[in-house]
Design a protein around this ligand. Structure first.
Ligand SMILES: C[S@@+](CC[C@H](N)C(=O)[O-])C[C@H]1O[C@@H](n2cnc3c(N)ncnc32)[C@H](O)[C@@H]1O
Length: 281
């Protein structure tokens, strides 16, 4: 990545996460408030460091589909601040490498992981999921949560995931999905506001996975589950108003609130939802 000019899409993703309400400092502040001291374990971070829908249960669901054991070498694509990677390493005893595009998120993942004493099991590489900096057949499992919405060339990510998986290795990921009725203007607004550059449908992902050479493709519609979660997340975002205003200012708080309400409205209207996918290399 170093030295390569960033494409406009990548710039938009970096900008979105620069201003995202979940950050390393907010995670640490929230833990300090909850615990009141400086000693941290990975468990202390879990209520705050999972940037996807469904919390730890969702990570577990992917881990089960990927057949992760203590011997597994796991790749987490779009690892964020590393919450899922640390959870997998500490609960399942596996080793996890996270790939993260955003330099601050990658650095935050590295620092949080060091802080909770998991560096022996979890590492992070700053790279683009469409060009993974690993040799072929290095991993037993590849996971990803709510990251592929940011990638226009999903076929490239799936091809890369397949390349770095061992034969028989498992891919399991979740992502937003578009349902029929999601209009072009709504898609454009999602791209503009939330760096959701392209959205696939459930069948679209099935087809992409097949074309990438994966077998045994399974696709589950999580929309009903996510609808309830999103209502809660909007309420949580509003409950953290003070923090966010202090950190990012009132205007940004309101902008993000409007964006969230628009997004939750699309889910309520059945135009947007979630999917979980698994397949074998
Ligand atoms: C919604 S966050 C999810 C983070 C993490 N998976 C979790 O569940 O906590 C999506 C992450 O994907 C990263 N991302 C977006 N595009 C990427 C790309 N092309 N390559 C690697 N990471 C990417 C973003 O920077 C962001 O940290």
């Amino acid at each position: 990545m170093e030295g390569r000019a960033l494409q406009p899409t990548a710039m938009r993703i970096l900008d979105f996460y620069d201003r995202h309400p979940i950050s390393e400092s907010q995670v640490l502040d929230a833990v300090r408030r909850a615990r009141g001291d400086e000693t941290l374990t990975a468990d202390d971070l879990y209520p705050f460091d999972q940037d996807h829908y469904g919390g730890l249960g969702a990570v577990d669901a992917l881990a089960r589909r990927a057949g992760i054991t203590p011997a597994s070498r796991v790749l987490d694509v779009g690892a964020g601040l590393g919450g899922p990677a640390r959870f997998l390493a500490s609960r399942r005893g596996c080793r996890v490498v996270g790939v993260e595009l955003h330099p601050d998120r990658a650095a935050g993942m590295e620092r949080l992981t060091r802080r909770v004493g998991l560096r022996h099991a979890v590492s992070v590489v700053r790279a683009d999921a469409t060009a993974l900096p690993f040799g072929a057949a290095r991993f037993d499992a590849c996971l990803s949560q709510e990251a592929l919405l940011h990638v226009a060339d999903k076929a490239a990510v799936l091809a890369e995931a397949r390349r770095v998986l061992l034969p028989g290795g498992r891919l399991a990921f979740s992502d937003w999905i578009a349902h029929s009725g999601l209009g072009d203007l709504e898609r454009a607004r999602l791209a503009d506001w939330m760096a959701a550059v392209t959205l696939q449908s459930l069948d679209g992902y099935r087809a992409l996975l097949g074309r990438a050479g994966f077998r045994g493709v399974e696709a589950e519609d999580l929309t009903d589950e996510w609808r309830a979660i999103l209502r809660e997340r909007l309420a949580m975002y509003r409950a953290l108003r003070e923090d966010t205003v202090r950190r990012l200012g009132e205007a940004r708080y309101r902008e993000y609130d409007a964006l969230y309400a628009f997004f939750v409205g699309l889910v309520e209207a059945g135009k947007l939802g979630g999917g979980r996918f698994s397949a074998t290399r």
